[in-house]
Design a protein around this ligand. Structure first.
Ligand code: ATP
Ligand code: MG
Length: 570
C-alpha cells in the first residue's frame, strides 16, 4: 500500500467526547469514524485489524470443533416470545416492524435463533455435541454508548453456542471454550485475566469473564494476593462475619433526633456501625422490597437482583417509601406490611439489632429476626472491597482490586433456552431430553480497543505484529533523491513479493510528519532510508514497541525484515 493511496483520514483535533486514550487514538489515527451515537464506520486500517482478530478467533474456534455459520441480524419476535424474553428484554433491544406489522428486533444476541436452528433438526444424542459460531453485528441500544468501540450500539461479536447431551458434555464444551479464549487473547497480545462472573439467577461457577486489565476499564475485578481466586466485584463472595452471641433482650424504642444516617445513629448510640443495621428500599419488578444489611457494609445490587430473580431493579422513590408507610432515614422491618423483606446473612445471624422505627427521629433497639419481623429471603448481599479476606483460601490471602475491560464471556446456559425452544433429543434409552447449552462471546471491536488501551504511548498505537494493520512502513527521508526513491521502490516490491504487509510512505511530506504518522498508526517496524545511510549501503530498522534501532545492509534488508516479522509473529 502506498501512503498516497491509503484511506486513513487522520485527525489533528480529537473531539472532546473522546475520554480514553484508545478512543482518541482510533479517531486520530483514522481507524474509525463516528456516524452517530455508538455507531462507527471501521475505516480500512481498523478493518484490517478486525479481520486479523477474527482470523485468530476463527482458528481457535475451529480447533475446538466450532463450525462457523451466519444467522440473520433481524430476528422475529415469535422466537423471543417463545423464550419469554420479548416482554422483559428492556430498552437495549431495538424493535421494528415490517410492512405487514409483524414485529422483529435487531439481534442483541442470538440464543433464540441458534436454539431454534438446532431444534429444527436435532433428533438423536448421536448428533451431539454441536458447537456453532458466527462473527456478526449485534445491536444494543446501550443507555450510555461511550469510549468509541468499547461500548458502542452496533458492534461485532463472535458468538459461539454449544449443545451437549449432559452436564459432563457441557463442562467439556465450556472448558474447551475457556481454553480457546485464553489462546485467542494471548495471541492478540492482551494482558488479560479470566474472572468468575455473574451467571444471573443460575448461580454457581457458571460463567467467566475475560478481562483486559486497564485503568480505563468499566469493570472492577478483585483477585487474591495469595491464591488464584479472581472475580468480578459484582459477584465476589465475602465470608460472613459471625456476630458475637448475646442474650436476646426486649425490644425498646429510643429517640435518635436528626440521626438520618447509619453513621449518625451509631455515633449517637455509642456503637460501632457493624452493630447496626441499614435499611434500603428498592422496586423489583412489581415488588416493593426492604433490604437489610449490616451498617458498615455496602449492598451489592447484582447479588440482590439474583436473590430476587427480578428483571428490573431500581432504588425506590421517596413517594413509594411514604406510600408504604416508611419514614426516610428511620426505616426498619418491624410492623411493615405489603413489603418483601430481603436480608443479608450477617443480619440474619445478628442478635439485638438496631433498626429504624418507621417514625421520625426514632430507632428500635434489640430487634430480633423471627421474634420481631420475618424475612422473605436471606442471602449474601454484601459488596466486597479491596483488602477484604479472600473467600477461597481460608483467609490466607486478601483481595486486591483492578480495573478491567470485559472482552469476552463464557456462560453455561443449561436448559434455559433448549426447554422453551424445544432443542430436545432422544437419548440412548429412547427418552426425550433438552440439550444443555453454553454460550461464548467475544467483542471483536472491544478487543481491538482494549489492546490499544494497553499498548500505546504519547506518540500513538503500538500494535503487536499479530494484529497490526500493516507490518512495516518504509519512510524515505528525502523524496527528491532518486537513489532513495529507487531503493524504497525496490524494497517495497521485494517485501510485497515476500508476502509482507507493507506501506510505502510516498507522500510529499517532511520526514518528521511521516515519522509522526508511522508512530501514530503504530506499524511494528519502520524502515528509514536516507542519503547518508545509502552511501554506506545501509537502511535503518526501528522497532515501535521498544524504540530499538538497527542498521541493516540494503542488500539483505528484505530478507532480514521478513525473518524479523516471522520471529515477531511467534
Ligand atoms: P457489558 O457488561 O460490557 O455491557 P455484556 O456482558 O452485556 O457486556 P455479553 O452479552 O457478554 O456483553 O457480550 C459478549 C461480548 O460482547 C462482551 O464480552 C464484549 O466484549 C462485547 N460487547 C458487549 N456489549 C458491547 C458493546 N456495547 N460494545 C462493544 N462490545 C460489546
Ligand atoms: Mg458479558
Amino acid at each position: 500500500m502506498r501512503a498516497t493511496k491509503l484511506y486513513a483520514p487522520t485527525l489533528r483535533e480529537v473531539p472532546s467526547e473522546a475520554e480514553i486514550d484508545s478512543h482518541k487514538l482510533m479517531l486520530k489515527a483514522g481507524l474509525i469514524c463516528k456516524i452517530t451515537a455508538g455507531m462507527y464506520t471501521y475505516l480500512p486500517l481498523a478493518w484490517r485489524v478486525m479481520k486479523k482478530i477474527e482470523a485468530i478467533i476463527r482458528e481457535e474456534m475451529d480447533a475446538i470443533d466450532g463450525q462457523e455459520l451466519m444467522m440473520p441480524i433481524v430476528q422475529p419476535s415469535e422466537l423471543w416470545e417463545a423464550s419469554g424474553r420479548w416482554p422483559v428484554y428492556g430498552e437495549e433491544m431495538m424493535r421494528l416492524k415490517d410492512r405487514h406489522q409483524r414485529e422483529y428486533c435487531l439481534g442483541p444476541t442470538h440464543e433464540e435463533m441458534i436454539t431454534w436452528q438446532v431444534a429444527h433438526d436435532l433428533k438423536s444424542y448421536k448428533q451431539l455435541p454441536i458447537r456453532l459460531y458466527q462473527m456478526q453485528s449485534k445491536f444494543r441500544d446501550e443507555r450510555r454508548p461511550r469510549f468509541g468501540l468499547m461500548r458502542s450500539r452496533e458492534f461485532i461479536m463472535k458468538d459461539m453456542y454449544s449443545f451437549d447431551k449432559d452436564e459432563a458434555g457441557l463442562q467439556a464444551s465450556y472448558d474447551a471454550a475457556y481454553e480457546a479464549y485464553g489462546k485467542i487473547f494471548s495471541r492478540c497480545g492482551l494482558n488479560f485475566r479470566p474472572v468468575e462472573a455473574d451467571s444471573g439467577a443460575i448461580g454457581g461457577s457458571g460463567s467467566h469473564e475475560f478481562m483486559a486489565l486497564a485503568d480505563a476499564g468499566e469493570a472492577e475485578v478483585l483477585f487474591c494476593d495469595h491464591c488464584d481466586y479472581a472475580a468480578n466485584v459484582e459477584i465476589a463472595a465475602l465470608p460472613a462475619e459471625n456476630a458475637a452471641a448475646a442474650e436476646v433482650k426486649s425490644m425498646e424504642e429510643v429517640g435518635t433526633p436528626d440521626c438520618g444516617t447509619i453513621e449518625a445513629v451509631a455515633t449517637f448510640l455509642g456503637l460501632p456501625t457493624n452493630e447496626t443495621v441499614k435499611s434500603l428500599c428498592y422496586q423489583a419488578d412489581e415488588d416493593f422490597v426492604l433490604v437489610l444489611i449490616r451498617g458498615d457494609r455496602h449492598l451489592n445490587e447484582v447479588k440482590l437482583q439474583n436473590a430476587l430473580n427480578c428483571v428490573e431493579l431500581t432504588m425506590a422513590t421517596d413517594e413509594a417509601m411514604i406510600a408504604h408507610g416508611l419514614t426516610k432515614g428511620f426505616i426498619g422491618p418491624v410492623g411493615v406490611k405489603g413489603i418483601k423483606i430481603v436480608i443479608d446473612e450477617e443480619v440474619a445471624a445478628m442478635p439485638n439489632q438496631v433498626v429504624g422505627a418507621n417514625k421520625k427521629d426514632c430507632h428500635l433497639l434489640n430487634v430480633n429476626l423471627d421474634r420481631d419481623y420475618q424475612a422473605d429471603i436471606v442471602a449474601d448481599l454484601r459488596m466486597v472491597n479491596a483488602g477484604d479476606v479472600c473467600p477461597h483460601c481460608g483467609g490466607a490471602g486478601h483481595l486486591q482490586s483492578a480495573r478491567g475491560i470485559e472482552v469476552g464471556q463464557v456462560f453455561k446456559l443449561y436448559t434455559k433456552y433448549s426447554e422453551k425452544l424445544k432443542a430436545v433429543y432422544i437419548d440412548e434409552n429412547g427418552v426425550e431430553k433438552p440439550t444443555l447449552m453454553g454460550c461464548y462471546g467475544i467483542g471483536v471491536g472491544r478487543t481491538m480497543a482494549a489492546l490499544i488501551e494497553q499498548s500505546h504511548d504519547d506518540y500513538g498505537i503500538i500494535w503487536p505484529m499479530a494484529i497490526a494493520p500493516y507490518q512495516v512502513a518504509i519512510v524515505p527521508v528525502n523524496d527528491k533523491d532518486e537513489a532513495i526513491t529507487a531503493c524504497c521502490e525496490k524494497l517495497y516490491q521485494d517485501l510485497m513479493d515476500a508476502g509482507v504487509e507493507v506501506v510505502l510512505d510516498d507522500r510529499k511530506e517532511r520526514s518528521g510528519v511521516k515519522f509522526n504518522d508511522a508512530d501514530l498508526i503504530g506499524y511494528p517496524l519502520r524502515v528509514t532510508i536516507g542519503t547518508k545511510g545509502l552511501e554506506k549501503g545501509i537502511v535503518e530498522l526501528k522497532y515501535r514497541h521498544n524504540g530499538a534501532v538497527e542498521e541493516i545492509p540494503v542488500v539483505e534488508s528484505a530478507a532480514y525484515i521478513s525473518s524479523k516479522i516471522q520471529e515477531m509473529l511467534k
